[in-house]
Write a protein that binds this ligand. Structure first.
Ligand SMILES: Cc1cc2nc3c(=O)[nH]c(=O)nc-3n(C[C@H](O)[C@H](O)[C@H](O)COP(=O)(O)OP(=O)(O)OC[C@H]3O[C@@H](n4cnc5c(N)ncnc54)[C@H](O)[C@@H]3O)c2cc1C
Length: 490
């Protein structure tokens, strides 16, 4: 109802009652303005989705092998987008050959996604799955949006919630799934208001529901591939094709873990080397030894999470200890978990195997001793490379490729970027007027969910100054929305 996606289950009433048919626009208006109904409906929507996910009830069947990178990738895409699905494992399910025959699929075609029982997608991309399942509504490319937000991690989702709730017409683009890095976290324990912690997936689902409730449009499996910055309104190229036009832009594309500097790394990515530790990966390596590379909070959290199901977790760090890079509560947790072994001054020097990673060689740089271990799973969680390649030439970046904003931009950098205004850039504004950067993609960021969320909301306050500099104009827009709502049939 909120996202406008196609329904995929039938609902049967348990006892006699009355059905009230309400158009989607009216439901949206109701949940935005009637807090009591909004609470009942949103709670029902969220709980219903959790139940469907838990039972794999839906319109998608994934056929593949849990030892294949492609299968894991699709499973993660569906799970992180909250789309219920059933999985059939080639290696375990006796009924697979009959199913493959029925849909004329050969073993070479897997992973295969059977979409709505009708369309068979062979080794599909995220975009093909999103199109088949109707994740994205049709987009009017001539429409000029108040705001386009690129990236739906905590920073982008926060910008979407605040901008849409304050009456801006906001579009959010996301390459993969809402939640970003935080969505890969099994439990975030230090986010304000969640004393027992919250999983990244749950936080992302709640935030994207909230953004859509306020009217933000979310496009999944759509990447910004270029910012056309020599014209106004700005144009954002999507997947090297069509453009979307925007008066203001918030860049929230975050950063990715640095890839391990090993020649044959690509051979094992997804089949032994992973960049996130979600329930999907935990299931694959349950009962085995695993390696987590990195000494930050994300690595610590992954180690603690994986220790619940793995036989042993080795944390490899190049430095002597965790104190400088990890929160105290995690260090304590690691110290109290006998399954976790911390290996300081240690780096991976070789990966070996065939279709799957089989062995890892590491070296202790303090003693110079190298060892080979039959370990089949490595979680790479160190360093950060910002997702800013698509911006090169448009926006001032620092030496590591992160975006410079506000007071960090020197007069020389502004002159080089031909900053055209008499005023200095606002807080979080880049060297391009009306284009803001928030969260982990920004130089000097804090690498916390809370700071990303805070920056998303702060940037929206400045977007108002750029898009509707006169308060009266904005209040007129809000008034128009309110009038539209009160004219609904009773
Ligand atoms: C395992 C793990 C555990 C963590 N635990 C904690 C914790 O307990 N507490 C805490 O405070 N922090 C934690 N963090 C850190 C926190 O998750 C990050 O600081 C936060 O997610 C940063 O948010 P962001 O929105 O800036 O970027 P991201 O979360 O990285 O989101 C960026 C999004 O942009 C999308 N994107 C990238 N390029 C494009 C493009 N060109 N077009 C469209 N979309 C694009 C990406 O797919 C991604 O979804 C953890 C991180 C990890 C990995």
């Amino acid at each position: 109802m909120l996202s406008g996606r196609r329904g995929f289950v039938r609902i049967r009433a348990g006892e006699p009652g009355a059905v009230i048919e309400v158009e989607r626009e009216h439901v949206l208006a109701l949940v935005q303005t009637d807090s009591e109904l909004s609470e009942i409906l949103l709670r029902a929507f969220l709980l219903r989705r959790v139940e469907l996910m838990a039972h794999g009830v839906g319109d998608v069947v994934l056929v593949g092998s849990r030892h294949a990178a492609g299968t894991l990738h699709i499973q993660e895409f569906l799970t992180r987008n909250g789309h219920p699905h059933a999985t059939i494992d080639l290696d375990r399910d006796a009924g697979v050959p009959a199913l493959l025959d029925r849909f004329q699929i050969t073993v070479n075609d897997v992973p295969v996604v059977i979409c709505r029982g009708e369309v068979v997608l062979r080794n599909p991309t995220n975009g093909q799955i999103a199109d088949c399942l109707g994740f994205n509504a049709a987009m009017d490319h001539t429409q000029v949006r108040d705001l386009v937000i690129v990236g739906a991690g905590p920073a982008g989702l926060s910008a979407a919630v605040y901008s849409a709730s304050e009456g801006l017409d906001a579009l959010l683009l996301e390459t993969h799934a809402p939640g970003g890095q935080a969505g890969a976290s099994s439990k975030i324990e230090n986010y304000l208001g969640f004393p027992t912690g919250i999983s990244g997936q749950e936080l992302a689902t709640r935030a994207s529901t909230q953004a859509q409730k306020f009217g933000a449009q979310l496009l999944i499996a759509k990447s910004a591939t270029q910012l056309v910055c020599d014209r106004k309104p700005y144009a954002i190229e999507i997947d090297h094709g069509a453009h979307v036009l925007a008066r203001a832009v918030i860049i929230a594309t975050g950063a990715e873990y640095r890839r391990l500097a090993l020649a044959n790394l690509a051979q094992f990515e997804g089949v032994g080397v992973y960049y996130g530790a979600t329930i999907v990966e935990a299931q694959v390596c349950g009962g085995e030894e695993v390696i987590v590379v990195g000494g930050g909070n994300s690595a610590g959290q992954a180690a603690v999470f994986l220790a619940q199901t793995a036989k042993r977790v080795h944390i490899l760090i190049w430095s002597g200890g965790l104190a400088a890079s990890m929160s105290r509560y995690l260090i304590q947790c690691i110290a109290e978990t006998p399954m976790i072994v911390l290996r300081p001054y240690t780096v991976i020097t070789a990966l070996e195997g065939g279709d799957h990673l089989e062995r890892v060689r590491w070296r202790d740089n303090q003693t110079g001793v190298s060892e080979t271990h039959a370990i089949r799973h490595v979680f790479a969680m160190s360093g950060a490379v910002p997702n800013t390649l698509w911006l090169v030439g448009c926006i001032a970046l620092d030496a590591h490729g992160f975006i410079k904003t506000g007071a960090d931009l020197s007069p020389e950098e502004l002159a080089a970027a031909r900053w055209p205004l008499a005023r200095a850039p606002y807080l979080l504004e880049t060297s391009l007027p009306g284009v803001f950067a928030v969260g982990n993609v920004r130089g000097g960021n804090i690498k916390r969910v809370a700071s990303a969320v805070g920056e998303g909301s702060i940037a929206v306050a400045f977007v108002h100054q750029v898009v509707y500099p006169y308060p009266a104009a904005n209040s007129h827009r809000l008034k128009t929305r309110y009038n539209a709502f009160i004219s609904l049939p009773a």
